[in-house]
Design a protein around this ligand. Structure first.
Ligand SMILES: Nc1ncnc2c1ncn2[C@@H]1O[C@H](COP(=O)(O)OP(=O)(O)OP(=O)(O)O)[C@@H](O)[C@H]1O
Length: 285
């Protein structure tokens, strides 16, 4: 895979994005701050001293060859793995000892490389379930179906439909998740993540398995999410999409960050070119 000659007419004005980022750095508190993060699996350094900041309302991509440590880093940030060393601050608070469910409640949502939904539940119920992560329903209200319970449920239903609409889901909300084509499952997964009301959303390979037109829809959707003021951090192998949409790109190789800059900056970075060429050569041998 090459990272050269990617991007396109619709790519962000990276010079402006870069200047804005530098102006913000030091002035504004980052929403997410990853500090010298390390994760080892036995002798393997999956993440090796990763440090970066991410801000609200910004689209960042984390790229790197297979095995570079991208998903491991995401799993540390979202509480699925406990890092070996380092710290992760979200909204100024350390989250490295928190459970994934608590991290979601703080406002850090995510999607997974392989879609994770309740396959035998309807689409709309899948989204409502995600909302329940934030809503406290009294067990007696639930059993007795009190007016309070019915009011909260009605609000959940309305919000779930709102998020399905927002992601462009146009099929029947009462279909089972297992009945959906793959591209629609991906949309609903993003609706589920949005329903947790994140301040920041981590998307793990959102374009994987999508066709060209679905990718165009995804690009528009990610921009709409950013326009809500939500920070978006994505891991992605589709370089056309990355270069088109990202305001900033962080490049990992062997668990280490080798570049952090605008798409134009990283595309021309010799270390990045070498990392990708090396990966291509390994693939060919
Ligand atoms: N649960 C695990 N146990 C042992 N080693 C692991 C585990 N998860 C990841 N690794 C190793 O850690 C390194 C980083 O893997 P990781 O999946 O984070 O990379 P990645 O950049 O997300 O790769 P890809 O692009 O292929 O998804 C690899 O060497 C991988 O083999």
């Amino acid at each position: 895979m090459s990272i050269e000659n990617q991007g396109g007419a619709a790519a962000v004005d990276t010079a402006v994005a870069s200047a804005e980022y530098r102006a913000r750095k030091g002035e504004e508190q980052p929403l997410l701050s990853v500090r010298d993060l390390k994760l080892r699996f036995g002798g393997v350094k999956a993440v090796d001293g990763l440090t970066f900041d991410a801000y609200a309302g910004e689209i960042i991509s984390v790229i790197g060859p297979n095995g570079a440590g991208k998903t491991s880093a995401f799993n540390c940030i979202t509480g699925f793995y406990r890092p070996t060393e380092g710290d992760i601050l979200f909204d100024g608070e350390s989250i490295i000892r928190k459970l994934p469910s608590s991290i979601v409640k703080l406002g850090l949502g995510r999607t997974f490389q392989n879609v994770r939904m309740f396959k035998e539940m309807t689409v709309v119920d899948n989204v409502k379930t995600a909302m329940h992560a934030r809503i406290r329903q009294n067990v007696f209200d639930a059993i007795l179906h009190t007016p309070r319970y019915r009011r909260v449920e009605a609000q959940c239903l309305e919000d779930a439909r709102g998020w399905l609409d927002f992601v462009g889901f146009s099929l029947d909300e009462d279909l089972l998740a297992s009945q959906l084509p793959y591209g629609e499952q991906r949309r609903v997964e993003i609706a589920r993540a949005l329903a947790t009301q994140p301040k920041m959303l981590l998307l793990d390979e959102p374009a994987a398995g999508l066709n060209h037109s679905e990718k165009q829809d995804l690009i528009a959707l990610i921009r709409r999410i950013r326009d809500l003021g939500i920070g978006v951090v994505l891991i992605e192998h589709d370089m056309g999409l990355v270069m088109n949409i990202s305001e900033r790109v962080i490049v990992l190789n062997f668990g280490r960050e080798i570049a952090d800059g605008t798409p134009a900056e990283v595309k021309n970075n010799p270390l990045v070119i070498e990392a990708y060429l090396g990966a291509d050569e390994e693939g060919e041998s």
